[in-house]
Design a protein around this ligand. Sequence first.
Ligand SMILES: Nc1ncnc2c1ncn2[C@@H]1O[C@H](COP(=O)(O)OP(=O)(O)OP(=O)(O)O)[C@@H](O)[C@H]1O
Ligand SMILES: [Mg+2]
Length: 257
Amino acid sequence: MDPAYIGFENVTKSFGTVPVVSSTNLSITRYSFVVFLGPSGCGKTTLMRMVGGLDSPSSGTIRLDGEIVSAPDRRRGMVFQSYSSFPWLTVEGNINFGMRYRNDLSVEERAARVTHYLRLIGMDDFRTSYPNRISGGMRQRVAIARTLAAGSDVLLMDEPFGALDALTRERLQVELRQIQREERKTIIFVTHDVEEAVFLADRIILFSARPARILRDIDVAAVLGPERPLEAREGEAFFRLRNEVLHMIRNETGGQR
Ligand SMILES: Nc1ncnc2c1ncn2[C@@H]1O[C@H](COP(=O)(O)OP(=O)(O)OP(=O)(O)O)[C@@H](O)[C@H]1O
Ligand SMILES: [Mg+2]
């Protein structure tokens, strides 16, 4: 296994004279689930956009599988807080749209992938529904399916469940963790929510207030293991770790989230 599937080497970012990311070094292992946790405005979205190739570092480099990231490509798919689906396309049409650049796939192969990912997100019955007729949680699932269908190895998720109610959010967290394991994806996931971070992560990177600097690198997998059924949230190990992370945030970021 390559220890530095995604690598940040002395990455900094400033907008004008405002430093947003302090010199950052980070190695992310392939097939791991890494959560970026940090106070509002610290630079998390900026970090994600740089991994996605939508923004470039002011200095330093980001590599994916050894190659310097310079522009978006289909190996990295982004899922944002508010999913912009195409209202004139059905659920099926939206997932298909994710494959628009896949000239290597025949029409039949695309159709098979749509079916596969519709099942995976449990939305077979909503194939022909339009986005304005499905719930916010379903729209987020469609966004995830669209990114998976596109064939992205890396999912960059910026508070994708932020707008959802607690129960839907919990359900999608369990599903996402399962999908990540089954489909062997590498995920970077941004959140403010400590419970969400602990439940999802193999590893939490805790950032300081702006300019973002890594404060802690927390090995969640060592404590909770790889399987995260819903019941994992009720265990003592989960609570202990959640409290520890909350304390770190209070002590080291001045209590902001
Ligand atoms: N294109 C830009 N031009 C100028 N400043 C920017 C730009 N993008 C972000 N910033 C600034 O960089 C800082 C970090 O922003 P960023 O969106 O990365 O934070 P964040 O950690 O994602 O915050 P939140 O948790 O609220 O989403 C903010 O102060 C923001 O105003
Ligand atoms: Mg953000």
